[in-house]
Write a protein that binds this ligand. Structure first.
Ligand code: PLP
Length: 341
């Protein structure tokens, strides 16, 4: 039985083209700035998101943390959504590495939330921390891969600038966001001072993320990357796969169509609740509130039937579509899960 793995879009294996490019990659010592493949990737990434410069980093978490470290001083505050990846899934690194405090806001990514950002910005009083950075996430992972529009980002950016805040975008899946919005990534990134995106998620590369921003910002982030032990040497072998990922994003449309088909199928099962309005990209959140099984038991039964998914909170299961599953696989997933229900 073929296991169909929908736990995350990080599970994709490098394509034959990627493996070939990795084998043939022109390389050099990237700490000396001498890896031509990394340099090409950083240049293409910067152009793609419409920033002056970009930095290749081992993970999205490192990219986000470098952004916090570069934008903020110790003891300063970062506003983010209560569902943000930087808050939940980065090991409290904001406090450990940068000494900043995350000021979480429920519903930050809604129209109401974005237009009320100033409610959360500290007044300039001697006994309050300074608010330095607004950190947005598009798509919002714990929001089921939901999308923030360019207009919404513009509102947030304008307000942030009024209060002299920097804006960082956790754009781990910003290519999915741009596709759903039928715009370019640069049309979203123009409302930020820095943006991180992952090659290793929907874009399907084995490893790596990019942090982009002004030339000065990236120079500083490059020093901090070395400080964190993220200075890599002949890392063109990875950048080569990243270049292919960044130049071939058309399969994301299939991922979105597959997620929609999966969501519709899941919603037809008894006891499964899917908020279809939130199925905007490559994720499906299925609430099991009236299902006969709690999440853990459901995931076990699904795994036994050859379908892997992940837990998202107490009553919800997350399915993520990606390059290594096709429309036929989604049909098989629904058949297997139907037997469980
Ligand atoms: C995956 C992810 C990251 C971090 O990526 P890693 O490469 O796993 O460290 C950051 N933000 C969001 C929204 C993500 O989904």
């Amino acid at each position: 039985m073929k296991i169909i793995d929908l736990r995350s879009d990080t599970v994709t294996k490098p394509t034959p083209a990627m493996r070939q490019a990795m084998a043939e990659a022109e390389v050099g010592d990237d700490v000396y700035g001498e890896d031509p493949t990394v340099n090409r990737l950083e240049k293409l990434a910067a152009e793609t998101v419409g920033k002056e410069a970009a930095l290749f980093v081992p993970s999205g978490s490192m990219g986000n943390q470098l952004a916090l470290m570069t934008h903020c001083g110790r003891g300063e505050e970062v506003i983010c959504d209560v569902d943000a990846h930087v808050f939940h899934y980065e090991m409290a690194a904001a406090g450990v590495l940068s000494g900043v405090q995350l000021h979480t806001v429920r519903g930050l990514h809604t129209d109401e939330g974005l237009s009320a950002i100033s409610d959360h910005i500290r007044e300039p009083l001697s006994y309050l921390p300074k608010t330095r950075l607004l950190c947005l996430e598009n798509t919002l992972n714990r929001g089921g891969g939901s999308v923030m529009s360019a207009e919404q980002m513009a509102v947030a950016y304008r307000l942030a600038k009024e209060y002299r805040l920097q804006v960082h975008l956790d754009g781990a899946r910003v290519f999915n966001a741009a596709l759903a919005l039928q715009c370019e990534v640069a049309d979203l990134a123009c409302y930020t001072d820095s943006v991180m995106f992952c090659l290793s998620k929907g874009l399907g590369a084995p490893i790596g993320s990019l942090l982009a921003g002004s030339k000065e910002f990236i120079e500083c982030a490059r020093r901090y990357r070395k400080l964190l032990g993220g200075g890599m040497r002949q890392v063109g072998v990875l950048a080569a796969a990243g270049l292919i990922a960044l130049q071939n994003t058309s399969h994301l449309a299939d991922d979105h169509a597959n997620a929609k088909a999966l969501a519709e199928g899941l919603a037809s099962f008894p006891g499964v609740n899917v908020n279809m309005a939130k199925v905007q990209t490559n994720m499906v959140m299925a609430r099991l509130e009236d299902s006969p099984y709690p999440v853990g038991e459901f995931l076990q039964k699904a795994a036994t039937a050859g379908v892997l998914a992940g837990p998202m909170g107490r009553d919800t299961v997350r399915f993520v579509t990606h390059r290594d599953v096709n429309a036929g696989d989604i049909k098989v997933v629904l058949e297997r899960l139907e037997n469980i229900f």
